[in-house]
Structures are given as C-alpha cells and as structure tokens.
Design a protein around this ligand. Sequence first.
Ligand SMILES: [Zn+2]
Ligand SMILES: [Zn+2]
Length: 152
Amino acid sequence: MPRPQKDRLVGHPPLFTDFKPVGIRRKALETIILSLDEYEAIRLTDHLNLEHSQAAEKMEISRPTFTRLIEQARSKIAQFLIEGRHLSIEGGNIHFRGNTYKCEDCGNFFQSEIDKIIGKCPSCGSENITDFASEFGHGNCCRDRGENSSDE
Ligand SMILES: [Zn+2]
Ligand SMILES: [Zn+2]
C-alpha cells in the first residue's frame, strides 16, 4: 500500500473514542472525526502542557506541521462543544509507541510498550482482555514499519 504521508507517532491508543451531547440521539447528530494524530496533538499540548516543539518531536513531525495539526484539532473540538456533534476518534497515518488494554472481567485499564504482548490482566489474571491498538487496526506497530525513516 502506498503511504502518501509519513506516519506520525502516537503514545497510546485513547481510552475513550465516542462522545456526544447528553439527551440527543446519536442518529440526529452529525459526526466529527478526530483523527488519532489530532487527538495526540491535543493530549501533548493541552493535557500534558508540552511546548509545540517538544510535542512535534514526540510525534516525529516538523513544528509547522504540528502547529497546523493542533489548530485543526482544536477547531474540531470547539465545533463539537459549541454546535453539538457526535465526535469519534479514529484513523490518521499513525503508529503507536505503546498499547492500552482493558480487562473485561475487572474493568482495569493498563498499558505496555508496543512490542510486548500482554496476554493476562496484571490485576486479576483474566485472559479476557481487549487490545486497543488492534481495535484501531494496529499491531506491534506495525511489524513492517521498518527502520525509522528520517523526517523531512
Ligand atoms: Zn482483570
Ligand atoms: Zn501501527
């Protein structure tokens, strides 16, 4: 498959991916798609309070590219809050640095490095766990990614 854009790096898959105003039916709402790289831009800058340059480095993109990304992400979030939309986090040319899991038996969330395979919940030992990276269509991100090709 051709890769039109260099893959960006995202720390971990998000825990929550679907949002909507309370009391309005999902079907009555337009959907805004927030891509995983836009989500990561928000997380790094507005949640962890990193500088744009630090956040750009973590995602392995240039600073101007990061600035465009965060502006686009904020504009979508503003539209979601003010106009009332269904917001879904999905897609984007990305790979994950780490994975997130949920134990379906005890409800515990936990994280690991992307190259580790976790087969059991560390809290209760259950093997009934959901692998979030694979829910997004990723796995060991992604085995054929090759050496880090240089950015611009
Ligand atoms: Zn558990
Ligand atoms: Zn991947």
